[in-house]
Design a protein around this ligand. Structure first.
Ligand code: SAH
Length: 215
């Protein structure tokens, strides 16, 4: 499901350049039964299936033997809400492991004994953690220096500095009578930066006033 995602576009380029290494591990490879079962019925008789402890414990233990992990992350709707500051912090780590749940979730003992950080990508429920892991990885990798061509570009994105990004334009300067703001064509670097900052501030005040309250 996510192999294709990581083999495309900027994520693929980051790996080719040797800036990031992304490995996907199939928990079924860590089963010992003939059916390669990773799920079982929940104790207590509630609906749905739960991911078994043994394949996950075996996988995490095997990977931990190979290298030190700064965080072993579990993707879960009841985790800490993922945001840009968290992406920035995680992007400075060396090795991260992200565990994806499925079905009703994973045996809680894994969370108690192996997981160091629990992350939610939003207040909604997905069928599995793969998309959450892809979202988290993408946002972490794209801010590692050298991944996107212009490093400044990541720093001027929304949420860095708790501000939304200013509007951006490219050629043609006029389309259908719709003009690009004059200031951007003026060549006056300092005034352009000031305009961009004002735009960021205004857009944040209008669209996300909650971001300014945090400051
Ligand atoms: N029963 C769980 C939801 C299970 S959804 C509950 O009510 O909390 C199945 C799996 O999808 C989860 O184990 C988790 O890994 C992933 N997942 C679903 N929604 C997610 C979200 N908002 N953020 C991160 N992971 C999520």
């Amino acid at each position: 499901m996510i192999e294709g995602f990581f083999n495309c576009s900027i994520m693929a380029r980051a790996q080719k350049k040797g800036i990031a290494e992304i490995h996907i591990h199939n928990l079924r490879d860590y089963t010992t039964d003939k059916y390669r079962r990773v799920d079982d019925y929940p104790f207590g008789g509630c609906a749905g299936m739960v991911m078994k402890i043994e394949p996950i414990a075996r996988c995490i233990s095997a990977l931990k033997e190979e290298r030190h992990y700064d965080e072993i992350i579990f993707t879960t709707p009841d985790g800490e809400q993922f945001d840009q500051p968290m992406a920035n912090t995680l992007s400075m780590k060396e090795n991260l492991m992200i565990l994806c749940g499925h079905f009703k979730g994973i045996d809680y003992r894994i969370r108690e004994h192996f997981i160091t950080k629990e992350i939610s990508i939003g207040d909604y429920v997905l069928t599995g953690g793969e998309l959450a892991a892809a979202v988290i990885t993408d946002s972490i990798v794209r801010i590692i220096p050298g991944v996107i061509s212009d490093e400044q570009s990541a720093l001027s994105d929304s949420f860095q500095d708790n501000l939304l990004a200013p509007p951006v334009y490219t050629r043609p300067a006029e389309y259908n009578g719709w003009k690009v703001p004059d200031i951007l064509l003026s060549g006056h670097e300092a005034k352009i930066r000031e305009w961009e900052f004002q735009q960021s501030l205004e857009r944040t005040q209008k669209l996300r006033p909650d971001l300014l309250k945090d400051k």
